[in-house]
Design a protein around this ligand. Structure first.
Ligand SMILES: O=P(O)(O)OC[C@H]1O[C@](O)(COP(=O)(O)O)[C@@H](O)[C@@H]1O
Ligand SMILES: [Mg+2]
Ligand SMILES: [Mg+2]
Length: 330
């Protein structure tokens, strides 16, 4: 649950309080400045001619929206100019992009998450993860292949009725609200925690027939509500933007899953390990939640390639562990 605070503590003040290095601060400012520009592009929408398809596919065979490309370019340009950035990897880029050979940080990002929501004027976001890079050499893909537990910071910017930044530098989770008039991010929630129990879940129910039997059983029991084995009613939500579904869980608890399904049996899951599952996993664990694939903890996965996909079960501890237990792995 998030705790609202009436404060004018800026992102800069917060990072100084946290004793974040100057370099890490500058990487976060590059990201959040780009997100301020994305906020403006989204706000103008059709008036700026930014809606609709870009007419191309990304490396994962998904149709790109114009705003996927615009958001990617804004973040890439901003990080590319930063002397502390060794390299970046984006959901929308086929390969990693090497930046400064002596930069200290690697950044992975999903420039626009939930992009199918763009054309219905609904919530989208930017998700990012920051890793350290040692030595002095041009960034390679191998440098990025670090388990999520090694992230030094992760977060997202949610473009909703207000634009909000959720951030962890490894010491809990906090939220800031963007003042669009000047680009300041001001602290508005200073202690985000996810309760261990839940009465709300998020899953795309239309895929039910393709799920593993253990997931079928877990969700069926939730749907039986007070009359079933769980003895209580559960509510369901699905925004179709992970960033918004996870934001809700950080604000009021619950479970989120995009599980493995048999539509593409060789594909581990839909969501991307390095651009979605790891950064969101870092936030959720920092807020006291659990983050699993059903077979193990996501933050312990040794990535094999930057565009790797994973099944995701995250949120309220007791719900996630019960779901994993049904898969025989808790
Ligand atoms: O449309 P579906 O199958 O429910 O998938 C929704 C999921 O896909 C995603 O939109 C994937 O993200 P992108 O928009 O970055 O490709 C998640 O944010 C969301 O949880
Ligand atoms: Mg995404
Ligand atoms: Mg995306």
């Amino acid at each position: 649950m998030s705790q609202a605070v009436g404060t004018t503590l800026s992102l800069k003040d917060y990072l100084q309080q946290q004793q974040a290095s100057e370099q890490l601060q500058s990487v976060l400012f590059s990201l959040t400045e780009a997100c301020h520009s994305i906020h403006h592009a989204l706000t103008k929408g059709a008036l700026a001619g930014v809606l609709g398809a870009a007419g191309a596919e990304n490396v994962q065979g998904e149709d790109q929206k114009k705003l996927d490309v615009i958001a990617n370019d804004l973040i890439k340009d901003s990080l590319g100019k930063n002397p502390s950035v060794r390299g970046l990897a984006s959901e929308e880029e086929p390969e990693i992009v090497a930046c400064q050979t002596d930069g200290q940080y690697l950044v992975t990002f999903d420039p626009l998450d939930g992009s199918s929501n763009i054309d219905i004027n609904s919530m989208v976001g930017t998700i990012f993860s920051i890793l350290e890079s040692r030595g002095e050499h041009a960034a390679t893909e191998q440098d990025f292949l670090q388990p999520g537990r090694q992230q030094v910071a992760a977060g997202y910017v949610l473009y909703g009725p207000s634009t909000m930044l959720a951030l962890s530098v490894g010491n809990g989770v906090v939220m800031f609200t963007l003042d669009p008039s000047n680009g300041d991010y001001l602290l508005t929630n200073n202690a985000v925690t996810i309760p261990e129990d839940a009465k709300e879940f998020a899953i795309n129910m239309s895929n039910q027939r393709f799920w593993h039997p253990a997931m079928q059983r877990y969700i069926a029991e939730l749907l039986e509500g007070a009359e079933g084995p769980r003895g209580k009613d559960f509510n369901m939500r699905w925004v179709a933007a992970m960033v918004a579904d996870v934001h809700r869980i950080l604000c009021r608890g619950g479970l989120f899953t995009y599980p493995w399904d048999s539509r593409k049996p060789d594909q581990a899951g839909k969501l991307r390990l390095m651009y979605e599952a790891n950064p969101m996993g870092f936030l959720v664990e920092q807020a006291g939640g659990e983050v699993w694939t059903a077979a193990g903890k996501i933050l312990d996965i040794q990535p094999e390639h930057i565009h790797q996909r994973v099944p995701v079960i995250l949120g309220a501890k007791n719900e996630v562990l019960r779901c994993v237990e049904y898969h025989g792995n808790a």
